[in-house]
Write a protein that binds this ligand. Structure first.
Ligand SMILES: [Zn+2]
Length: 308
């Protein structure tokens, strides 16, 4: 009835060690993997490969690759006040970006249409030249560039419902009309970008939501503004930055969403992917810092990707 959904992950993503008390901790990914194994049937678990240097250089500077891959710290070092590089971080970052590459290859290669990447560190704050905001490489941007330059697509959408604005993804693609970037996020909140006036070359769509925003206003923002823009773009592939930190339980932000809201949006995105993109959609885990919310939301999201 339903096709199995490939889920790309790698144990190396658990070994990226951000240190005691850090919100972006290995237990996040452990909770997501365990919840999906227990809670969603028909998943096809696959090992994420490493992204190659050439794949990363499509969106990142050689200096950032050197900082992440060649520092080889003996202990944790801070790349910025939030962002940590541990001895195992380079391998985790390569596998996280490689998951997106493999998922894009899978859905564009005529296999399953939909794939999920259960990875960390997250990626959407990383810019061309800088790791920041818990992010080392911008995995969703690497995946988008692979769909464009590796597979020759002309229109790729990146949909970002993480509660933080994906400043890195926006900055990487704001001059590239082949990519449409759409984000809903809390404002004010880190990283303080994502104002609706930021339009790129007409390919950037931001909706800023005040603290306290709940289900009704969140869904209106997508129904009235973002989903019609996505529909009009007629993407050939939909990529999703799936952060679950807009959940009411999340300690880093003040939106009031519930797991059903993520399932609702996932269904709407899948419907647009089916209309324009032969159903092709790749989703990657971004933020989400409450373990119970991560469990519920990842199950709701991936179940919706299966068409439930
Ligand atoms: Zn976030």
């Amino acid at each position: 009835m339903h096709m199995p959904i490939p889920v790309f992950t790698h144990p190396a993503c658990l070994a990226h060690d951000t240190g005691p008390g850090h919100a972006e901790r290995p237990q996040r990914l452990g909770a997501v993997v365990e919840a999906l194994r227990d809670g969603v049937d028909g998943l096809d678990w696959r090992e994420a490969p490493r992204a190659t240097r050439g794949q990363l250089l499509r969106v990142h500077s050689a200096a950032l690759l050197e900082a992440v891959l060649e520092t080889q710290p003996a202990a944790r070092v801070q790349l910025d006040p939030d962002t940590v590089l541990s001895p195992a971080s380079a391998e985790a970052a390569l596998r996280a970006a490689g998951a997106g590459i493999a998922a894009v290859d899978c859905v564009l290669g005529g296999g399953e249409a939909v794939a999920f990447c259960a990875v960390r560190p997250p990626g959407h704050h990383a810019t061309r030249g800088d790791a920041m905001g818990f992010c080392l490489f911008n995995s969703i941007a690497v995946a988008a560039a692979h769909a464009l330059d590796g597979h020759g697509l002309a229109r790729v959408a990146v949909v970002d419902f993480d509660v933080h604005h994906g400043n890195g993804t926006q900055a990487i693609f704001e001059q590239d009309a082949r990519v449409q970037y759409l984000s809903s996020h809390q404002m004010p909140l880190y990283p303080d970008s994502g104002h609706p006036d930021e339009r790129g070359v007409g390919n950037i769509f931001n909706v800023a939501l005040p603290p306290g925003t709940g289900s009704r206003r969140f869904r209106e923002a997508w129904e009235d503004t973002l989903l019609p823009s996505l529909q009009a773009f007629e993407p050939q592939l939909v990529l999703v930055s799936a952060g679950f930190d807009a959940h009411w339980r999340d300690p880093l932000a003040q939106l009031q969403l519930d797991a059903v809201d993520f399932a609702w949006l996932t269904g709407a995105l899948l419907a647009i992917a089916r209309r324009h993109a032969q159903g092709r959609l790749v989703s990657m885990l971004e933020g989400g810092y409450d373990l119970q919310a991560l469990r519920e939301c990842s199950v709701a999201h991936v179940s919706a990707l299966r068409g439930h």
